[in-house]
Design a protein around this ligand. Structure first.
Ligand code: ATP
Length: 354
């Protein structure tokens, strides 16, 4: 197992800085995600780790080894692309065996390793088929087997699920995680799909304009985003402007135009009288009957979308702003315009740094 360290890694294409001085430590055996919007530099970063793109500055280390100047075939990385890149004229067996043939592995050893890789991805029964006789998900499994069979130091996955339909994508999420954990291989996975990252990753780096803006496990990023950008990118949220009215014993009191709120989550330094933004997820707001007690907001229901087990309400608060609320096992569906009372735990009122 191999740890990956990036130090000040930078790539400029003419006037465009695709990757801007990235420092990252990926511990061995981790399933590590690079997550961010289109054009933020994820693929460029991954291709630099693979050796396909030469960095403008900075270095890449596999354990203690500086691999920055090495060509791809000397790094022993396995790569899986969005398009699978299987050879259409070759059988599953030959596609997976190809990398071993190039490495001059003997036929006897080859067949053992190919079958082991195909069994890992549960494709052992399909050896004689050609890629066009397989479903998209099966082709993706073969592409994974082909990357794993060379026993790579690290596995690199570039949006591997984006060509699959929604149902298969869900299935393959847990499959890829199972395979990475079973093999114990350090894996770097690029995606712009936050649900993919949240459901699969050990750790996620959120990228914006070539820089990492926050790194952490999925729950930390979702529950404790440090910035508006991360809060917004990782899921739906409500932003409320607020002024810090006081702080004691870890509890910050916030004056918002819609009422007083208390927070125990977010940035440590919140100067009294300072303007801040807080983030409250729609599912953290609960509909209450009484409307009294700490952290209550009051408003009028503008709109409800009924989705069966859940309803999405849009509530207009006292100051005219509106918040989204998710209600499990929904009630309050019959009377548009009715008064509604909402409550939120101080731990779910996250004060953002910017
Ligand atoms: P996507 O999710 O759309 O694939 P990404 O986050 O992977 O995007 P990159 O492909 O790494 O982003 O591109 C980052 C930036 O670098 C973009 O502005 C892109 O236009 C630019 N870029 C990438 N490759 C080249 C190149 N070969 N020449 C010039 N500019 C490039």
């Amino acid at each position: 197992m191999t740890a990956i360290t990036l130090k000040g890694l930078t790539k400029r294409f003419g006037a465009t800085t695709a990757v801007d001085s990235v420092d990252l430590s990926i511990t061995s055996g981790q399933l590590f995600f690079l997550l961010g919007p289109s054009g933020c530099g994820k693929t460029t970063l991954l291709r630099m780790i693979a050796g396909f793109i030469e960095p403008t500055a900075g270095s890449i280390h596999f354990d203690e080894r500086n691999v920055t100047g090495l060509p791809p075939n000397k790094r022993n990385t396995g790569m899986v692309f969005q398009s699978y890149a299987l050879w259409p004229h070759m059988t599953v067996l030959d596609n997976v065996a190809y990398g071993l043939k190039v490495r001059k592995i003997t036929a006897a050893e080859r067949s053992g390793r190919v079958m082991k890789a195909l069994d890992t991805v549960r494709m052992g029964d399909y050896v004689k088929r050609k890629p066009n006789e397989l479903s998209g998900g099966q082709q993706q499994r073969v592409a994974l087997a082909r990357a794993l069979v060379i026993e790579p130091t690290v596995l690199l996955l570039d949006e591997p699920l984006s060509n699959l339909d929604a149902k298969l994508r869900l299935e393959m999420r847990s499959e890829i995680r199972r395979i990475c954990k079973a093999t114990g291989i350090t894996t770097v996975y690029v995606t712009h799909d936050q649900k993919e990252a949240l459901s699969m990753a050990d750790s996620v780096a959120v990228l914006r304009e070539g820089r990492t803006v926050q790194i952490g496990p999925p729950r930390t990023l979702y529950d404790r985003p440090a910035s508006r950008f991360v809060a917004d990118f990782l899921g739906e949220t409500n932003f409320l402007a607020a002024v810090v009215a006081g702080a004691e014993e870890g509890m910050v009191t916030l004056e918002t135009p819609a009422g007083l709120l208390h927070s125990t989550a977010g940035v440590a330094k919140t100067p009294q009288g300072g303007n801040v933004t807080c983030s409250i997820r729609p599912e953290a707001l609960s509909v209450t009957e009484s409307g009294s007690g700490r952290n209550c907001l009051h408003g009028k229901r503008l709109q409800t979308t009924y989705l069966g087990e859940i309803a999405q309400h849009l509530i207009e608060l006292a100051d005219g702003s509106s918040v989204k609320v998710l209600q499990l096992n929904p009630s309050h569906l019959d009377q548009p315009g009715e008064e509604m009372h909402l409550q939120v735990d101080p731990d779910d009122v996250v004060i953002l740094a910017d």
